[in-house]
Design a binder for this molecule. Sequence first.
Ligand code: FEO
Ligand code: CA
Ligand code: CA
Ligand code: CA
Length: 564
Amino acid sequence: MPNPSPDAALPAHTTQDVARTKARKAGAIDRRSFLEFLGIGTVGFVLIPGLLSGCKSETVAPKTSAFRITPLQPTASDALELAPGLNSQLLIRWDDPINATERFGFNNDFICYLPLDANAPDEGLLWVNHEYVDARFVSGWDELRPKTREQITQEQLAVGGSILRVSKVDGRWQVLANDPMNRRVHGRTQIPFNWPDPIAGTNAAVGTLANCSGGLTPWGHILTCEENYDQFYGENDPVSGKRQDIGFDQGWHTHDPFPPEHYGWVVEVNPRTGEAQKHVALGRCAHECATLHELPDGRLVVYSGDDANDEHLYKFISSAPGSLREGTLYAANLDQGIWEPLIHDRPELNQTFRDQTDILVRLRYAAKKVNATALDRPEDIEIDPVNGNVLVALTNNTPKGNFYGSILKIMEENGVHDALRFSHETYLAGGEETGFACPDNMAFDPQGNLWFTSDISGSKTNREPYTAFGNNGLFVVPRQGEQAGQVIQVASAPHEAELTGPWFAPDGRSLFLSVQHPGEYSPSMAELSSHWPDGGNSIPRPSVVVLSGELLDQLSATSSEKAG
Ligand code: FEO
Ligand code: CA
Ligand code: CA
Ligand code: CA
């Protein structure tokens, strides 16, 4: 198979550049090849080209595996517990050096593995998001006095993302120390806006932060999403424009008065160069993720959820091939099954918003004016590779009494992703009967099995109403066999941690996984509630692990058998 990005070193500062770059690459690799190269859509029964075109009859089911997954029972231990047939290796921990001057950031989340060469799928780049900091660990802040300039800089350098050169040698993954491709994108990186007009007065922002989940473009760039951005530089009230009291923020604005409007965007990063751009056309909110689908004519559809109580689900449809700038952003109205356009010539919007830029900056406010549906914290989004359904994790909405969350299924009209109408239903509901609560990140493996993680707040795990679920976990929903459709727990996180960012290697036999915020609710540095991963009296460290073993081998073998 061809190299997915032979000229990816070329920077893509604007969407026109992206489109041009993409067009240049079109002869080298198409989307299907790229996805196959990544191990997404490689399996006979996975129907990428005919996807959503009503050709389900072409689907060929793989042979049913006799392998049976033994579920892991919920546990409250301070360990990464695994179901039989899985093992883990620690790949990298917070504060590990990645080169002579930079270190792996804090609270790792979204992961994306990109092989560098099709002939060597075990050699590649790993992108890892760093969402936020616990200042006690990262800068030694004592919570008693204002942070110093140095403390804030330390914290800014611990968010954003890491690019790591990795390889698998003798069955074990390793980070190549000091590789020239190892680099950080962080809270002080200068990042231009991909937009003609300035945002809050400038054409570039200082830094990316709150990098929660993300996505991947067909041209092999990362989309990293700025979720709870208000925790760093605060937020301005969308109506009055005055600073909002959000209860707590990291206080970075005390030394760096950067505008809150510079954060809350979907950020594209070229993993080969580290060059980044913020995509204004996708709107500004607490973006959990950005899940991209390429239409047959090269235009793009991007789904993104705004993870806060009663916020909304969005879809961007580009009007030009490969563009993340030209197009229309829509918000979902589930009651009517309509994607509502957020465009300035709508009377509901042009009386309040100065122009299209103003709509995109104050997106939540605009979405409510067009009757977007209030959702129960939309988190990760995945497109089912077999049938094209769009799955949206709705994690919970405790003020409304929804403690366990669900996974929503969106079915686009006529099975096309640029449809403006859709139907929907609940795909899976959390609760003691199904054995999970608060779904968050999801991933389909190359065989089309759904994997997802849970995010019960570390302050609530093992307490009512979550006692039955133990610590947060990783779950699989097999697609085939006698366990098809069952929700099976296969991993359990250490104390107060959340498993995030699941991403499969192309062969489906390695699963990269973040262990985020162990010991987050430690009463003090002297009384730590987790010592994972190093044990003893060590401080907890968010880390990336790689899962492998018979369980993944067997699930992979099911499809290999078929594909062969
Ligand atoms: Fe950062 Fe919505 O999880
Ligand atoms: Ca999340
Ligand atoms: Ca995902
Ligand atoms: Ca979450």
